[in-house]
Write a protein that binds this ligand. Sequence first.
Ligand code: FPP
Length: 249
Amino acid sequence: MPSSKTKQNLRSSVVDLQKTPSHVAIIMDGNRRWAKKHSLPAIVGHTKGAQTLTNIVKVANKLKIKTLTVFAFSTENWSRSEKEIKNIMKLFNVYLKKQLKFMQKEKVRLDVIGDLSKLDKNLQKAFLDVIDKTKNNQNINLVLAINYGAKNEMKRAILKMIEDVENKKILKKDISENLISSYLDTKNYPDPDLLIRTSNENRISNFLLWQLSYSEIYITKILWPDFKEKDFIEAISEFQKRKRRLGGN
Ligand code: FPP
């Protein structure tokens, strides 16, 4: 039994701090349904979703989780209305401005996966600026998936691999699962141990298809803006009860 010092007790959920997952991925879903439920515009749901993210980073940090990767904007989200896309991009800008102080205080290292090149140049610059300013922070990696789609990520990785084979930087015979992983946007991180998806949707939705091969999946009906510290603790506690078989016995 771990000592009580290594446990975080919250309501009925107990987390063993010695066994927290190293990498948690989250599909933050349900912002618009939350807004609709409260008769508010979609952007209010996204803004509340951004506040939820800050709270969850704080608790993940407390639990000594090393990497948190969250789906913030998918390659499919471009099909939303122009107004909603514009509002989400504005929200990213505000988030980066407002959260830098928090990230420095909590020693959060920001990173982005996905193809940033489709974003407005100033927004790209704002992301790169915060990434640079937080690059030496060592408590937790906050990885935002922006204009991210796993199929797009794989396509970019394959094209780069072909280019490297053609330029003789790598040999066809060297292509292994590890080498493929090293061409993905997530090359600097281990695969997620746990995927959390809110709002009761039972799909992967083109998120980290390669990396989630053996991750445990936790789905909750709570809408992302309502997802609280206790709900995150509950997910981690449930993860710790699972027996990870990783394809073996
Ligand atoms: C899913 O809810 C959420 C998104 C597509 C956008 C995610 C954005 C945030 C959580 C904002 C905070 C993030 C940052 C980095 C500032 P949805 O719109 O698909 O809601 P629905 O499933 O109810 O339609």
